[in-house]
Ligand binder design. Structure first.
Ligand SMILES: Nc1ncnc2c1ncn2[C@@H]1O[C@H](COP(=O)(O)OP(=O)(O)O)[C@@H](O)[C@H]1O
Ligand SMILES: [Mg+2]
Length: 250
C-alpha cells in the first residue's frame, strides 16, 4: 500500500492499515450512479456484516469489490493484503484471494457435488482439500455423487461456500447466504461460518436477516442509497434501536 493510500485510509475507522480496504468506491450501471463513495476497512480474520435495506447497494458493492464488469467501478481503490484489486480484472482479483458467493449460488448443472468442487480446484493455488471440505460440510460428503442442482437450497448454499474455499482464498464475500432457508439450516451454516473464521478467513456477510448477521459478526457497516451511514461494532448496532429502525427495519 502506498503512503498516500495509507494516509487516506487513516482518516477512516481504523488507523492500522486494514487487510481489506475499500476507499471512495463509486460504481455505475450505465448512467445509473449506484455506489456513491463507499469507504470501509475489514480486518484480517474478522466477519464484517454489510447491512442495509433492499436496494441500498449491498450486492452492487460486493460486485464492485470483486471487480465484476457490472456495476462498473469508475473511481476508488480496493486493497487486499497490499494488492491493488482496483487495478485488476475479476479473474485476477479472484487469484489474489477474493471469492464472491452470489445470491443465486450458481451451482453448475450436470455436475455432481464433487465435480463442482473439483472444477474449482483446477487452477492453482488450490485451497481446502475435498476431505477438509467434507469435514466442514458433512452433508456434502454424504451427497458427493449427487448432481449439485438437485440439492436442497441449504445444501446448495453449502456447496457454493465450499466451492469458494476449494480455491486458496483470503476473503469470502457472501451475498444473503441465509435467504430462503429454514432457521435450522441457517443455524448450521452460521456454525460453519464460525469455523471458517477460526481458519483465518476474512468474511463480508451481506444479509437481510440483520439480527442473525450481527450476532455472528465482529463489526458492521450499514449502507443507505449507495453510501455508508454507520461503521462500528456489531454490538453497537444491536444496542441502537434508532439505527436499527431507520436503516434495518428491525
Ligand atoms: N443491473 C442493474 N442495472 C441497473 N440498476 C441496478 C442493477 N442492479 C441493481 N440496480 C440498482 O442498484 C441499486 C442497488 O441495488 P443492489 O446493489 O442490488 O442493492 P441491495 O443488494 O442492497 O438490495 C438499486 O436501486 C437497484 O435497482
Ligand atoms: Mg442484494
Amino acid at each position: 500500500m502506498n503512503t498516500a493510500t495509507m494516509n487516506r485510509n487513516a482518516n477512516h475507522a481504523s488507523t492500522a492499515p486494514a487487510f481489506l480496504s475499500v476507499w471512495d468506491l463509486h460504481a455505475y450501471y450505465g448512467e445509473s450512479y449506484i455506489v456513491q463513495g463507499v469507504t470501509f476497512n475489514v480486518h484480517e480474520g474478522e466477519i464484517l456484516a454489510l447491512l442495509g435495506r433492499n436496494g441500498a447497494g449491498k450486492t452492487s458493492t460486493l460486485r464492485a469489490i470483486a471487480r465484476l464488469s457490472e456495476p462498473e467501478a469508475r473511481h476508488g481503490e480496493i486493497w487486499l493484503d497490499h494488492q491493488p484489486l482496483h487495478k485488476m480484472a475479476s479473474h485476477q482479483a479472484s487469484a489474489a484471494g477474493l471469492a464472491l458467493v452470489p445470491e443465486d449460488r450458481r451451482i453448475i448443472p450436470g455436475l455432481t457435488v464433487e465435480e463442482n468442487l473439483k472444477l474449482a480446484q483446477i487452477a492453482p493455488p488450490v485451497g481446502w482439500s475435498l476431505d477438509r471440505l467434507y469435514d466442514l460440510f458433512p452433508r456434502l460428503g454424504e451427497r458427493k455423487n449427487q448432481e449439485g442442482v438437485t440439492l436442497s437450497g441449504g445444501e446448495q448454499q453449502m456447496l457454493a461456500i465450499a466451492r469458494a474455499l476449494a480455491r486458496d482464498i483470503k476473503v469470502l464475500l457472501l451475498d444473503e447466504p441465509y435467504e430462503g432457508l429454514a432457521p435450522v439450516i441457517v443455524d448450521e451454516i452460521e456454525k460453519t461460518l464460525g469455523l471458517i473464521k477460526e481458519q483465518g478467513i476474512t468474511t463480508i456477510l451481506v444479509e437481510q436477516n440483520a439480527v442473525r448477521a450481527l450476532k455472528l459478526a465482529d463489526r458492521a457497516v450499514i449502507l443507505d442509497t449507495g453510501g455508508i451511514v454507520f461503521d462500528g461494532t456489531a454490538e453497537e448496532v444491536l444496542n441502537n434501536a434508532e439505527l436499527r429502525a431507520e436503516y434495518l427495519a428491525i
